[in-house]
Structure formats: structure tokens, C-alpha cells
Design a protein around this ligand. Structure first.
Ligand SMILES: *Cc1c(COP(=O)(O)O)cnc(C)c1O
Length: 381
């Protein structure tokens, strides 16, 4: 089968829905301020790791509470380069969850390692109590995914990392500004990886990502890996990659970093409003919320009976209801070589069959939320 770019058609379709996950036109209604800064970049001509990248990295490391922040080409590259930075090679194993976005597993496999899956719990995150049983002499990293912006059980995961001397690399692509027991998501485990994809909570005008770590040696290695291994124009220390955060995207990222608290609080407020209203519906199950965790709701997901029918009903009524994601990683065609089958990760499979995501971004109004709530109530009535 030919592989075509399916995204233009996907944008066209979802843009027709009134209540949408895609809010980018509103997000950048003040784009004149951004153009002004970009014009300055064009005049200076520092497109490649220019001054704006340095400024963003300084701001981001303060914001994320980590000593180092390294801008890279995407969230996927953040994960891949982090695995390379800790020395992952062919034959190594990385423990992670099958309930994630493709990029987590893609990064592990393209780095040469084998993904070793550990089932999720009912909160959608990796069930940390099962990780220890998966550790072998080949385990090179543990890669928890802070799904929907809820940090995983990091006390337990960090303790395992220490006990077995295995680095913990977080896929924090959903978790910008999330907190775990007062600690920032950029300051958990060994390395945290963030995405600036256009539909993430801090979004740029294309692709981008950033890595945080308190380990200065790893930070140096990451700076080499993203930029051809160069320490200067004429000295290459290791042959490496080109995955630099684009200077133009750094301008956009800085603009939104200044608004991230508003973005985060709006999402949390909208999620709580849905929680309060949807928990009254018997056929809907809200994942557990934790007192000492700030979940930032990159996506707002609930578990629903008759998910597919409800999703179709909501779409028919103008609501961009999505399933993130209906087929877990171990059952994807790409995972055939791992020889998994249905039933291997029962909680993951059950969540995949029931999960439904509703838009909760900062431009959704209470009236729109009420409309969605009434639709769901009506569907089950
Ligand atoms: C978006 C995402 C990524 C990849 O980020 P990109 O910037 O799109 O490469 C990785 N992991 C998770 C969980 C994501 O949602």
C-alpha cells in the first residue's frame, strides 16, 4: 500500500467540528508579537542554535527546576537522544508501558533496544509495582510515560533506578508544568523529555522538544549528540546527529512559556468541571485523581461503556471526541517481532477499549462543556 500524507485530510475533517481538540488559530491570535521577534531572527540570521535557543534553555531550566535544558528537534528526538546519551545499544532492554504514543516505542527501537512492556494501572500510567519483575541484566533504562500529564509513581521508580543503578528517562511529553509531591516534572528521575508539538500544552509552529537533567555530564553529551558532536566549528568529539531546536521555534516556545501557568490552570479547571459533572454518570469512569500530584491534562480521558458508539454520537453532534489510543503498542503491526498477543497486558487493553478524550484546552467555554455533558447524559439515558 502506498503511504500518503494523511494529515491535510485529517485537519480538514476535524476543523469542521465546533468543539475541537485543535485550537491553534485562537492560541496564536496575538501572533504579531511573535512575528516581531522572528523578524529580528531573520535580520540577525542566527537560524541554527541561535540566541533565542540559549534564552529558552535558560528560562526552561529555571521553570522546570533542573540544572540543564537542551533544545532538540522534537519530543521523539528528545527520547532517542537521551537513550543514546546513557549508552543504549543493540541488545539492551528498556522497560516501558504499552499504553503510550508510538514515539516512546519508536525511540527505544530506533535506538537499537528492545522495549520490555509492563502493564498500565487504572490511572493509565505504568503499574510501577510490576517493574522490578521485568528487570534483567540487559535492562538499560526505565522509561515511564506521564500519561495525560499525570506523573507516574516516581518514588517507587526512582528507588528502583537507584537500587539497580538504571537511569530513569521520563517521557514527559504530556507533562509540561506537572508536579509530583511538589517536584517539577522536569526534575524527576535522570532525564525528562518534553515535546513542543503543535497540539501539546506548550506548542510551537512546527516541531520541537527539550530535555532536562541535573546531570552535567549527560547534558554535555546531549549537547554533542544534537549537533554533530561538535565542541567548536573545527572539532568533532563524537560522530552524531543533527537534531537542533530551530531558532524560529524557540521564539514561539518562549512566547508560550510566559503563558504556561494560565494554559495549565485553564486545563485543570476545565478537567475538574468535567470530573464533577461526569462522575454522576454510571457508565462513565473517571481515573483516580491524586492530592499530591498536579496533573496538567494534555488530554482529558475517561473510560466509557459503549465507547465507539458514544464517540460516533459526539462527533455527529460536533464534538471532536477521540480515543487516545484504541490499539495499544504491543498489538500494533510494528510490534509483531515482539511476539505479543491479546491478553498479555489486560489493563492496557481494557483502557484502550474504553478510553475517550474530550477537548479541555483553554479556549473551551463552560457552555461548550455543558453541551458535551448533556450530550453524554442523553446518550446513556
Ligand atoms: C507527542 C508525544 C511524543 C513525541 O513528541 P513529538 O514532539 O511529536 O516528536 C512522545 N511521547 C508521547 C507520549 C507523546 O504524546
Amino acid at each position: 500500500m502506498a503511504v500518503n500524507n494523511f494529515l491535510p485530510e485529517q485537519y480538514r475533517k476535524t476543523n469542521q467540528l465546533g468543539i475541537n481538540h485543535n485550537y491553534l488559530t485562537q492560541q496564536f491570535s496575538d501572533h504579531e508579537e511573535i512575528w516581531k521577534k522572528i523578524r529580528e531572527v531573520v535580520v540577525r540570521g542566527d537560524f541554527t542554535l541561535g540566541a533565542e535557543v540559549d534564552e529558552l534553555e535558560k528560562e526552561y531550566s529555571v521553570f522546570a527546576g533542573a540544572k540543564n535544558a537542551i533544545g532538540v528537534g522534537s519530543g521523539t528526538d528528545a527520547l532517542f537522544l537521551s537513550l543514546k546519551a546513557i549508552g543504549v545499544e543493540k541488545g539492551d532492554e528498556v522497560i516501558t508501558t504499552p499504553f503510550t504514543f508510538y514515539a516512546t516505542i519508536g525511540a527505544i527501537v530506533t535506538a537499537g533496544a528492545k522495549p520490555v512492556f509492563c502493564d498500565a494501572g487504572w490511572d493509565y500510567n505504568i503499574d510501577a509495582s510490576q517493574i522490578e519483575s521485568k528487570i534483567t541484566s540487559a535492562t538499560k533504562a526505565i522509561m515511564p510515560v506521564h500519561w495525560s500529564g499525570k506523573p507516574c509513581d516516581m518514588d517507587l521508580i526512582e528507588a528502583l533506578g537507584k537500587k539497580y543503578k538504571i537511569p530513569v528517562i521520563s517521557d514527559a511529553c504530556h507533562a509540561i508544568n506537572a508536579k509530583y509531591k511538589g517536584r517539577s516534572s522536569g526534575n524527576l528521575g535522570t532525564i525528562s523529555c518534553f515535546s513542543f508539538h503543535p497540539l501539546k500544552n506548550l506548542n510551537v509552529w512546527g516541531d520541537g522538544g527539550i530535555i532536562t537533567t541535573n546531570d552535567d555530564d549527560l547534558a554535555d553529551r546531549l549537547r554533542l549528540l544534537r549537533n554533530h558532536g561538535l565542541v567548536g566549528r573545527d572539532e568533532c568529539r563524537i560522530f552524531a546527529y543533527n537534531s537542533r531546536l530551530d531558532t524560529v521555534q524557540a521564539v514561539v516556545a518562549r512566547h508560550l512559556l510566559s503563558k504556561i501557568d494560565h494554559i495549565t490552570q485553564s486545563r485543570i479547571g476545565n478537567a475538574h468541571y468535567f470530573d464533577e459533572n461526569l462522575k454522576k454518570i454510571n457508565q462513565v469512569k473517571i481515573p483516580r485523581r491524586e492530592q499530591d500530584i498536579t496533573q496538567v491534562f494534555h488530554i482529558y480521558s475517561i473510560m466509557c461503556e459503549k465507547r465507539d458508539e458514544l464517540q460516533a454520537f459526539l462527533i455527529k453532534n460536533g464534538v471532536d471526541a477521540k480515543a487516545h489510543y484504541p490499539v495499544p503498542m504491543h498489538l500494533q503491526p510494528a510490534a509483531h517481532f515482539l511476539n505479543h498477543k491479546h491478553g498479555d497486558f489486560p489493563i492496557t487493553e481494557s483502557i484502550s477499549a474504553k478510553t475517550l478524550s474530550l477537548p479541555v484546552h483553554e479556549f473551551i467555554t463552560r457552555e461548550q462543556q455543558d453541551y458535551v455533558i448533556e450530550l453524554i447524559k442523553g446518550f446513556y439515558a
